[in-house]
Ligand binder design. Structure first.
Ligand code: HEM
Ligand code: SF4
Ligand code: SF4
Length: 501
């Protein structure tokens, strides 16, 4: 059931690969897009703040002056501010759904997951607070509905909604407080966003430029075509129909469809359920990577490459003449093996026993080498090929046949480039195909990025110069992308055949 859902999800995302290409597919940059939208909201909000006046009467009038008095600056800025805030809710919710749908919330990811749930509450608090500030009919509705909702809690001695019965009930000081909150809440949000990505090495907090620019263009176009307008000045004591913003105010619909108690139960219940998802839907964890100091020179490459900052470099303690040694925090380790692929000691050509500076207990390098040898020994046919793949992308084992030796790793980033050279040695294989997750969608974030750079000799450990580029092909493919992988295999065989001919 879960696998079927995951497959459907991947197919949905793949539909966006045709127009956007794998590297610009917005599904792969949702967290970065949420960050980008935050900065757009902050920049447009700073402009609005210059003209905003706190005060029961001044608030509404200053927003009206801004909207109609300077439509090409203030009006557009106000609309961009609103639509970017809506965009933040949208991207954040899709980012949540995607992480849930692709199983990226368990084990070492619990911290990002839990801080993500808190972020939702904070984004909503910022948005609702913003609508309130305009003090139009919508702001009035929010004031009344929020006080009904919070008034249900047994914290207040008298019903909160009494504070919004008459125009004289609301004071200028109250608006000063609201606008103060509209500065402090986003600052808190930013702090939490920083915390959210703190355990992620090289977190993508800026989307690719074409996507970032496209989003701004879309926001401006939407603002010109459909400007955000106020809904008439607030008038306490009267009730008017309003047009809600469903991105932020959907919970208020539930408030009126049910009761304040039911809304609390719904929101607190779903928050607790989501918070406990990493433990409720837990799967047996993999063993973390282990350091073998006898094969480590403290080069720091593993520290640089680890996608989840699970490796720290500390002063050397074993008396060997190196400055540093890596120390792994097992609680942060994703068991992806990317650091094994980074280590210069991951050298299959070594004679005798093969132990690298870092080893995954469930997938030692010596076993990978003997598996490669065993598969190579049975290869035959005209263009025998070795396929190295990853457990989270297209299942390369389905390609296994007399002419194809397929080996799957926890992440393609675990493959030391020397294994490519090793497989091609003495013509044992006539080509190596490397298959990993779709570009931009690496299950362990950086695996395909690092291997691409290592193969291109831009990042250590480098693929040796003696490996002919024609004999190596890469293919970034998800579980349903059999056609893409078969095409890459045919391309590689064609090239290696031509090279031989
Ligand atoms: C303001 C809202 C949010 C922002 C700006 C944001 C931003 C980000 C960014 C930039 C990353 C790193 C992406 C990468 O480099 O791979 C990330 C990762 C993550 N986020 Fe969020 N996020 C937000 C909300 C959420 C929410 C609501 C959830 C779910 C409850 C969530 C769960 C996660 C998880 C689990 C990861 C780690 C993914 C991985 O390891 O591959 N985030 N987020
Ligand atoms: S296995 Fe992956 S997460 Fe663990 S230390 Fe190595 S690179 Fe980091
Ligand atoms: S990459 Fe290997 S040699 Fe370099 S610090 Fe890490 S374990 Fe040591």
């Amino acid at each position: 059931m879960y696998d079927t859902l995951r497959r459907l999800w991947l197919q949905l995302e793949d539909a966006f690969n045709a127009p956007f290409g794998q590297s610009l597919n917005p599904w792969y940059h949702l967290g970065a897009l949420a960050f980008h939208l935050f900065w757009v909201v902050a920049a447009s909000g700073a402009y609005l703040y210059v003209f905003y006046r706190t005060g029961v009467h001044e608030a509404y009038q200053s927003v009206e002056r801004l909207t109609h008095g300077q439509p090409y600056a203030g009006g557009v800025m106000r609309s961009v501010h609103r639509y970017a805030s809506d965009g933040m809710v949208l991207t954040m919710m899709l980012h949540l759904a995607r992480n849930l749908g692709t199983g990226r919330f368990r084990h070492f990811r619990w911290f990002s997951w839990v801080t993500g749930i808190v972020l939702i509450w904070l984004v909503y608090a910022c948005g609702i607070n913003g609508y309130w500030l305009v003090w139009d009919r919508l702001g009035q509705f929010i004031a009344e509905a929020t006080s009904q909702w919070f008034g249900w809690l047994p914290l207040f001695s008298e019903p909160l909604e009494r504070n919004f019965l008459l125009p004289t009930d609301v004071s200028d000081r109250f608006f000063t407080l609201l606008s103060f909150a509209h500065v402090t809440l986003p600052l808190l949000l930013l702090l939490l966003m920083w915390l959210h990505t703190k355990r992620i090495n090289n977190a993508e907090t800026f989307p690719p430029r074409p996507l970032a620019g496209g989003v701004i263009l879309m926001l401006v176009a939407l603002s010109v075509l459909h400007p955000a307008l106020s809904q008439g000045a607030a008038d306490l004591g009267t009730v008017d129909a309003i047009r809600p913003d469903w991105f932020y105010l959907a919970p208020y619909a539930a408030l009126y469809a049910t009761s304040p108690g039911a809304l609390w139960a719904l929101l607190v219940g779903s928050t607790v359920l989501l918070l406990s998802a990493p433990w409720l839907l837990r799967r047996p964890p993999q063993q973390p990577v282990e350091v073998h100091l006898e094969n480590c020179n403290g080069c720091t490459q593993c520290f640089d490459d680890c996608p989840y900052s699970a490796i720290a470099m500390q002063p050397r303690r074993d008396g060997r003449p190196y400055e540093l040694e890596p120390v792994v925090d097992g609680g942060l380790c994703a068991s992806c093996g990317i650091c094994v692929g980074s280590c210069p000691f991951s050298m299959p050509f070594r004679t005798g026993s093969l132990v690298s500076g870092l080893e995954l207990p469930g997938r030692p390098l010596a076993v990978l080498r003997s598996e490669t040898d065993r598969r190579l020994a049975t290869l035959h046919g005209k263009e025998p090929v070795v396929v190295f793949g990853c457990d989270h992308s297209f299942d390369v084992c389905t390609l296994q046949d007399p002419g194809v030796a397929a080996i799957s790793l926890p992440c393609i980033g675990m493959l030391p480039p020397a294994f490519v050279d090793y497989a091609l040695r003495d013509g044992r294989a006539r080509g190596v195909l490397i298959v990993g997750c779709r570009a931009g969608d690496c299950h362990f974030r950086l695996g395909i990025h690092w291997i691409e750079q290592r193969l291109a000799r831009r990042r250590a450990p480098y693929l040796r110069q003696r490996v002919p580029p024609d004999l190596v092909e890469v293919c970034w493919a998800g579980a349903p992308d059999a056609e893409r992988v078969l095409a890459a295999l045919a391309e590689l065989r064609g090239r290696s055949g031509a090279a031989r001919g």
